[in-house]
Structures are given as structure tokens and as C-alpha cells.
Design a protein around this ligand. Structure first.
Ligand code: SF4
Length: 418
């Protein structure tokens, strides 16, 4: 979501006539888009902000802006802590910066700043629902991004069409809880209805969506993944913890058994699906046995990607107010290591099975001059040198024969589809 927000603000600045620079020392405007979902992210944001102070003192005309989840409704504390920051913006509320820059440039931003990126990547994001109503006890998001607000289907279809005109081939529909899309709109519509509508857009080749919630992933969404040709067979379904008591403390609203049943149903309806997940270790009061239930879930389900994190208290959340962060940091680190090494072994095995298969890859760019993209299952694929490779372009769909794998990516040789 932060990446999507940054792209949108970057596009607005582009339309005001500003150009990007890779050096923050050389920039006239420096914007820090922050995430505070975990302590590490917050520390990084504070460290970067502090390191910027001398630059601002030397060049007071530079504009410094802080945006994203670090900025809550009351900015008094932040203003005191970082008096050299000119603008504080809550997530997606870009107007104060646009106005300040337009004033400095002596232009009227009305009518010249649209929401769309002029030069988007071939694979880009479309936020479809903002905020979250769930209030999981560990999570700061509902306090920073507010309650759920869905965008109407016609608006999203129109945006998709205009992105296709700008060269986009793949979109990821975004929401903090994407599966609850539409519940606040008239006409009983849901994510499956939106997926059907976007699937009809000429020129779009792939559709993804992030992030799902086990309680809101209903049969119609699973059917849409199974039957709509452009919707990719990959689902990000966080389970967060494998123990029922921890899940209750987290206010997740499902049990270990219910989560496993849902996974069975998804695999039954979409046999070639890959599954990603998020989990937290070391939540308040988590015993060794309770942690082992999380580990067992990872071992049994064999996910294709696990985003794991050690719990850190977020000020103002339910867990912060009502529970004690009583697991030692060393224990959290050890548990994280166990999860990550288990997952690495699983991925080594899962990916090795793909050797010799042919994967459809959408080329997204090049790293160290090696073209890369992703297959429909969201695995990164590097395309090895052959006579076709020199001409591989971003946006091209190619069939790739997989010859080498690692836990984190696949490698193969391209055969063009078109
Ligand atoms: S559903 Fe996700 S975003 Fe919403 S409160 Fe829970 S963890 Fe946070």
C-alpha cells in the first residue's frame, strides 16, 4: 500500500513539473513515506529523519515531508520531535504538500494533478479499499488508515483501462483486507464481482489481489480465482499464529482448524494455487508449545512465501493496552530463525520440483542486465541468456523452461509466446 501511495504522490509531483533525483542531498523536496507496522520499520524511519536534519539546517529552503502510518491524527508530538519537517501527511492525504509546492512554484494545482501515474510499471498497484475494520489486537493499521472505504467498481475499471493505455499488463488490487471489498457499497457487491469486471478489461493480462483475511475469503472469491482466466493462482492469506489461544488473544476470529479447512477448500478448487502467508512469533504470552503450533502449520501447509515477524508492541493497540509483551527478545529471535530455516528447506523442495516445467513469465525489468519477471504463481524467474534474450522487453509474456531453482527464485530459458 505504501508503494502504491508513493507512486501516486510521485505522479502528482511529476505533473507539477518536478523530476526525481537519486540523491536526497540534491533534492529540493524530500518525502519520507513511513511504515510503523513493526518496531524495526519505525526505528528506520526515525533514523532516516534524524540523519536528514543537518541537510535541512544547511538548506532551509528544502521542503521536508513526512507521510504514511507514522503520522496519526494528532501531529503535536511529531512536530516537537522533528521541528525541521515542513509537512506531516496521513496516509493518502497528499494535499498539504501539493498545496505548499504549488504555492512556492506560483501555480494553481487545480486540474493539473490527476491520480494516475504517467509512466507506470508493467505491473502496478490499484488500491480498491482503504482502511481496516478488524482491529486485530497487535495491529496499528486501523488507527492510522481509518475504517474501510471501498472504491466503486466503475472507477476501478476506468482506472484499469487507463493504465492499460499507459502500457500496464498486470494489476494488483490492494486492500489492508481486500476480501471485505464492497461491503460498504450499495448493491451487495464483493471482490468476486470486481474481479469479474476487471477480467473483462481488454489488454490487461494478469490480475492479483492482496491481502486476504481468512474470515472474509468466501466461496465466490475462490471460484473467481479458479475460473477467471486473468486472475492469477496465488493467494496471500495470513494466519498469524497456529495456536487457538494466541489467535483469540490476537482477535483474529478463526481457529487453527478453520484456517486449515479453508486452505483445503482453496487447494481443492484451485489445484495449481500457491499460498503466501504472514505470521508473528513471540506474541504476548506465547509459550513454547504455542509457538510449536505455528511451526507445525508452516510444516504442514508448505506455503510458497512466509512473511514472518517478531512481535513488537505498537502504542495504542489493544495488545499494548491490555497485554504484556513478555517474551524475551532472544526467544523471539530464536523462534524467527526456526521458522525461517524451516521455510527455506520447504521452498528448496517446492521450487526444485519446478525444474523441467514451462512457466509463463511476464517480464518486468532486468537486474544486473538479467531479465526477470514472475510466473502466475508469483515466483520470481530470471531468464537466462539465449538468442531471444537481448530483445526481451518489459511487458512481454514468455514461456520459460525452468533449469535451476533456489528457495527465492527460479532460472530458465525463454521461448516467446507472441
Ligand atoms: S486485518 Fe490486517 S490490517 Fe486489519 S487489523 Fe488485522 S492485521 Fe491489521
Amino acid at each position: 500500500m505504501n508503494k502504491a501511495d508513493s507512486e501516486r504522490l510521485g505522479s502528482a509531483l511529476d505533473q507539477l513539473g518536478l523530476a526525481p533525483t537519486s540523491s536526497k542531498e540534491a533534492a529540493d523536496v524530500v518525502i519520507l513515506n513511513t511504515c510503523v507496522v513493526r518496531q524495526n520499520a519505525e526505528n528506520k524511519a526515525v533514523g532516516t529523519l534524524t540523519s536528514l536534519k543537518p541537510t535541512k539546517l544547511q538548506s532551509p529552503d528544502k521542503v521536508f515531508a513526512l507521510m504514511g502510518c507514522m503520522v496519526g491524527p494528532d501531529t503535536t508530538k511529531l512536530e516537537k520531535q522533528f521541528p525541521y519537517v515542513d509537512v506531516f501527511m496521513r496516509p493518502q492525504q497528499f494535499d498539504p504538500l501539493i498545496k505548499l509546492l504549488a504555492d512556492r512554484l506560483g501555480i494553481d494545482p487545480e486540474g493539473c494533478v490527476g491520480p494516475l501515474h504517467a509512466k507506470p510499471d508493467v505491473s502496478t498497484y490499484i488500491p480498491i479499499i482503504h482502511g481496516c475494520d478488524k482491529f486485530c489486537s497487535f495491529c496499528i493499521i486501523p488507527y492510522r488508515r481509518g475504517r474501510e472505504i471501498s472504491r466503486p467498481i466503475p472507477e476501478i475499471v476506468d482506472e484499469t483501462e487507463r493504465l492499460v493505455d499507459r502500457g500496464v499488463k498486470e494489476i494488483t488490487l490492494l486492500g489492508q483486507n481486500v476480501d471485505s471489498y464492497g461491503h460498504d457499497l450499495p448493491g451487495h457487491i464483493n471482490l468476486a464481482n470486481l474481479l469479474e469486471s476487471v477480467n473483462e478489461v481488454q489488454g490487461i493480462q494478469r490480475i492479483r489481489f492482496l491481502t486476504s483475511h481468512p474470515n472474509d475469503m468466501d466461496d465466490s472469491i475462490i471460484e473467481a480465482v479458479a475460473h477467471l482466466d486473468k486472475v492469477c493462482e496465488n493467494i496471500n492469506l495470513p494466519f498469524q499464529a497456529g495456536d487457538d489461544e494466541v489467535l483469540r488473544n490476537m482477535r483474529r476470529g478463526y481457529t487453527n482448524k478453520e484456517y486449515r479447512k479453508l486452505i483445503e477448500k482453496i487447494r481443492d478448487k484451485v489445484p495449481n494455487v500457491t499460498l503466501n502467508t504472514d505470521l508473528i512469533v513471540g506474541f504476548c504470552g506465547e509459550t513454547d508449545d504455542q509457538f510449536n503450533n505455528t511451526l507445525k502449520m508452516v510444516e504442514d501447509i508448505r506455503f510458497d512465501k512466509v512473511h514472518s515477524a517478531a512481535y513488537s508492541t505498537r502504542t495504542g493497540t489493544i495488545a499494548d493496552r491490555k497485554m504484556v509483551d513478555d517474551i524475551a527478545e532472544e526467544t523471539k529471535k530464536d523462534r524467527l530463525k526456526i521458522i525461517n530455516s524451516t521455510q527455506e528447506s520447504i521452498l528448496t523442495e517446492l521450487n526444485a520440483k519446478l525444474i523441467g516445467t514451462t512457466q509463463e513469465v511476464l517480464i518486468e525489468g532486468a537486474k544486473d542486465s538479467k531479465p526477470f519477471g514472475r510466473n502466475r504463481n508469483d515466483k520470481i524467474v530470471f531468464v537466462a541468456t539465449n538468442e531471444h534474450q537481448e530483445n526481451l522487453q518489459s511487458g512481454e509474456l514468455v514461456n520459460v523452461t525452468i533449469e535451476e531453482t533456489s528457495p527465492w527464485y527460479l532460472k530458465g530459458t525463454a521461448v516467446r509466446l507472441t
